[in-house]
Design a protein around this ligand. Structure first.
Ligand code: SF4
Ligand code: SF4
Length: 56
């Protein structure tokens, strides 16, 4: 299961900079994770100030 970014995202961009496989990009109103690219490392969840990314 890939990580998913919730609506709590404030579009700070910190997660995109940390993702080792560049699976995160800026979407409409929040950042989004490409499920096919995510390797479930959890780095995005570790740097997010509002705990928006989670494994679902
Ligand atoms: Fe990228 Fe890892 Fe987050 Fe997946 S869990 S989006 S691979 S940082
Ligand atoms: Fe959104 Fe958190 Fe990523 Fe910042 S680190 S863009 S708040 S998901």
């Amino acid at each position: 299961m890939a990580y998913v970014i919730s609506d709590e995202c404030i579009s700070c961009g910190a997660c995109a900079a940390e993702c080792p496989v560049s699976a995160i990009s800026e979407g409409d109103g929040k950042y989004v994770i490409d499920a096919d690219t995510c390797v479930e490392c959890g780095a995005c969840a570790g740097v997010c100030p509002v705990s928006a990314p989670s494994a679902e």
